[in-house]
Write a protein that binds this ligand. Sequence first.
Ligand SMILES: C[S@@+](CC[C@H](N)C(=O)[O-])C[C@H]1O[C@@H](n2cnc3c(N)ncnc32)[C@H](O)[C@@H]1O
Length: 310
Amino acid sequence: MAAVQEHIHYALPSVADSPSEIERCAAFLRSSQALFSLLSTRLTRLLTRIPRLDMMHIAIRGYMHGRLSFAPLEEMDAPPQRILELGCGSGAWAIQAAEELPAAHVVAVDLSPFPDRPVPSNFEFIQLDITKELPFNPHSFDIVHSRFVFGHVAKPRETLARIASLVAPRGFLLLEDFDSESLLWTSPPAAARFTELYVAMYREHDQEPDIGRNLKQIMENLDGFGSPAHEHKAAVPLGVQLDDYNDAMRAFARGMRNTDIHAAGLLIARQGGNYGFTDDVLEAYLSAVNTADYAAIFDVYFCWARRTAL
Ligand SMILES: C[S@@+](CC[C@H](N)C(=O)[O-])C[C@H]1O[C@@H](n2cnc3c(N)ncnc32)[C@H](O)[C@@H]1O
């Protein structure tokens, strides 16, 4: 655990020149580290995921120049009335959607409880498991959005087929996810070993840690989404050398480095040696990602498709 704390201390100063909002999140993360070893996994997850996910949202919002999506939402026939966010986490995206589209009712759902935070009046949270039957009518949302969720869900294609039916005619399905296997090809061996174990653990549970790179094709095969789906791929550098990148990618990269390394540290610490996540793997991973020339690339895919008219 001490190694994880030290490692996160190292990772966070790279946001020091970022907006104060990120610094505030980072300070909270730093101070929360000391509590980890005393708390249950569930409580730790609840306490740490909120600032971590807000920090990631801020980074992605910067990369997207403030937009909610790369999809041409402005081409919708009418302003959206109902928006659904699946696996909303801290609610950051759904809250932004509710603020920017006050005429819409935004429903955010997640397996975990929603944090105690102020929300706009057109925002509603429902705690539920998206792999189960959902309490919504078919075609009842103009926009359905989900980010970094289906890479964690068992048998994600089955759930995706069901949730696609919720999108209204001419409505948008927005799916954003990572390809963790991209780290296998671009990391130094010690860090790649961590990714190998992570990927193997996920596959053992019928999860698809590389789902990002398959999303476009999956979306094109969904019932009612006959037209081509679209994809924006971001190859995000996770190292600290970002001189060759523009401001938008630097914002994204810093946010992803901090949240990804933080999540990896927690994941390893929680496994207690299971799935091969031994102390040796942890030490090797931490020293690899904390070298100045660490240059792994994490592929993130932003995909969208539009349902055809009925
Ligand atoms: C990596 S977080 C992403 C959160 C948010 N979408 C974001 O981009 O900040 C994944 C989220 O998916 C949620 N999640 C995972 N499996 C779920 C399920 N079966 N049903 C509902 N939510 C789920 C988790 O609780 C977590 O909040």
